[in-house]
Ligand binder design. Sequence first.
Ligand code: ATP
Ligand code: MG
Length: 414
Amino acid sequence: MAISGIKGFNDILPGEVETWQTIEKTARRVFSCYGFSEIRVPILEKTELFCRSIGDATDIVEKEMYSFVDKGENKVTMRPEGTASVMRAFIEHKLYAADPVNKLYYMGPMFRYERPQKGRYRQFHQIGCEVTGVTDPRIDAQLLTMLCHFFGELGLTEPQLQINSLGCPECRPVYRQALQAFLRERLDQLCDDCRRRYATNPLRALDCKSAGCKEATVGAPSVLEHLCAGCDDHFARTRGYLDALGTGYGINERMVRGLDYYTRTTFELVTGLLGSQSAVAAGGRYDGLVSDLGGPAIPGIGFAMGVERVALLLADQKFSKRPDLFIVALGDEAQLEAFRLCGALQRKGFAVEIDYEGKSLKSQMRRADKLNARYSMVIGGDELARGTAPLKTMDTGNPAEVALSAEAIGALLG
Ligand code: ATP
Ligand code: MG
C-alpha cells in the first residue's frame, strides 16, 4: 500500500504554489518599501524559549506544541510561531548593538498540534514582521498600514482591521482583577477550558467561541476603560496616526491574543469568508519580550499572517504562468528544428514547449491548448523549405508569418 502524508501536513502542489509565490513576492516587495530585511531562523528551538515567551498557561504551550527529547537528551520544540525565535536571534547576535531599531520579516512553516480543518493545519505557514526599538505609536500605525497595503496589493480588501489595547504590566493586572471579579459570579456558565484558566488567563473567556462564555461575558468590563494614562495616550495616538494615513479600522475591545507577551496595541485582520478561521493576520506590541528573554529593555511590535488562509482567499484566481509558445513539429527534420528553436528561445527567457513523442498534428495542437500557450507555430516540410512559419496567437488565431529564427520569433513574442 502507498504511504500517505501525515494528517494536517499538506503538500502544496503546482497550480496552488503559484498563488503562494505571488503572496511571498508581494510581501517582499511591499515590506521592502517600509525598510524591512529578511531574517531566517531555524525550525527547531529549545522548548524553554516558547514556554518563557508565549507563556506556560497558553493553549499553544499547554497542548499544541510539537516537543520532543532529541538523541542528546535536549528538550526541543518545532516552532509554533516566529516572534520568539526572531527575538532570540536578535538578542543572541546583538542586532541592537549598532541600532536598536530593526525591521525584520520572516516566512516559513510553523507547527501546532491542532484539530485540522479548513484554514487550520498542523504544519502551516506564516509570513511575519517585527519592529524593535520604537515605542512611538507612529510605528504601530505604519506597521498596520503596511499590512493593509499588502492585502490591498493582492486585491484583498474584504478583511477588516480590528485593533485593541491590552495595557501594560501596570494596568493589565488591575483589569484582570476587575474581569475576574465579574466572571466569579458567572463561573458555572463558562466552558471547562475557561473555568480552568479563570485564575491564570481569565482574558481568554472574552474571545471564547462557546455559547456559555459568550453569554457570560456580555457586559464584562472593557480593557479600554482600565488603561493607565500612558497606555491610553498610546492607543489614542495610534488611532490618530492611522487616521492620518487613511487606514480604516474597527475597535474590538474583546480582542485578546493567545500569547502572553503582548502589551498595548493588538490587532487582527479579520475575514468573514473562512468560517471560524477568521483571523488572516494577527499581532501586537511586545514591549517586555526582549527583556523577558534575557536581552536589554527594547520594545517591539509585530504580526504574522497565515499564508494558507491568504491563499484560500485567493483560491479563485489563477497565478500560473502560461507558456509563451508551443512549437508543433511534423517529421524528423522539423522536430530537430523545433527542438533547436525551443532551446534558443528558452535561453532568451521565453517559456516554450514542444512535443517529445512524434504525435499527430491534432494531438500536438490539443496539448498546446491544454497548456494554454499564448502562441503556437506549426513546422513541417514546407515551412522548413520556406524558412518561415505562421505564428498564431492562441486567443485570436491571427497568424503572422515569421522567420524560423529565435531572434525573429522572440521579437514577436515580446
Ligand atoms: P486562531 O485564532 O485562528 O487560532 P491564533 O490566534 O492562534 O489564530 P496566531 O498565533 O496569532 O493565531 O498566528 C497568526 C496567524 O497565523 C493567524 O491569524 C492565522 O492566520 C495563522 N494560523 C494560526 N494557527 C494556524 C493553523 N493551525 N493553521 C493555519 N493557520 C494558522
Ligand atoms: Mg490558535
